[in-house]
Design a protein around this ligand. Sequence first.
Ligand SMILES: [Zn+2]
Length: 307
Amino acid sequence: MSRVFRKLLAAGIAGAALLSGASFAADKLPVVASFSILGDLVRVVGGERVSVTTLVGPDEDAHVFEPRPADAKAIVQSRLLVVNGLGFEPWAQKLAQSAGYKGQTVTASQGVKPRAMAAEKGHDNKGRQHEETDPHAWQNPDNVVLYVRNISAALSKADPAGSAVYQANTDAYVKDLQTLDAWAKAQFTAIPAARRKVITSHDAFGYFAAQYQVKFLAPQGVSTDAEPGAKEVAQLIRQIQREKIRAVFVENMSNPRLLAQLGKDAGVTVGPALYVDALSATGSPADSYLKLMRHNVTQLALGMRAN
Ligand SMILES: [Zn+2]
């Protein structure tokens, strides 16, 4: 057997092994995204060239996420880790480190102008108010343009042969984001500014509020695991009555009991679920970022028209 033939044979066996069973996806770039919305964006930009694993899945809450052993395994086997940043998922870097991940990490929100959380955050020992960064930058489609460009650059670095594909997918999606933004602006400008007021269970709409000139009043702080006490609830009921707000919403990861009580005591009807930090399950109304935003804008505008 000639040396050349032996080499060809070895290459053929290796090739066959790659195509068999578990390694079928070996020709795709393995990417891990920290939560479902980022997972959607990576799939849009990466298309057929990537295989995406999402750590915090649809309808799950990244704020109170506890990584599983399978998540560490997924990170170690990936070539790119995509995180939101802005303090949204501090567990992700810790998980990558403890798992011994040596690949690239991209912070999708890089370049976004950060906002402080709107809610009061207590005071430090000098009497100044704490300001915590608001991580929910994806609630403004302009920011998501930056997200997909950051993701595209990171994918191109990890897989230079795909850079033309990533660029084309990004350009097409940026057009979709611009269409979404123009449509959302039109929905809200049709409502008088004084009536653009909403109460939601999750204080996550700071970027959205600034983009669309909508006022959000939240009964809860940024963490979905903290329920307000009776005093805060009574205060909020007075606020509903004072500001004459009938647009009251729950979202997909909060206990709706509190807002149901608010609705009963303050005489308002609680609106359908809004999707904030997570997509909904595949096949439901918010199973992509674009659908999530269209759903929220539609429902918020409907609620505000009743104010
Ligand atoms: Zn959140």
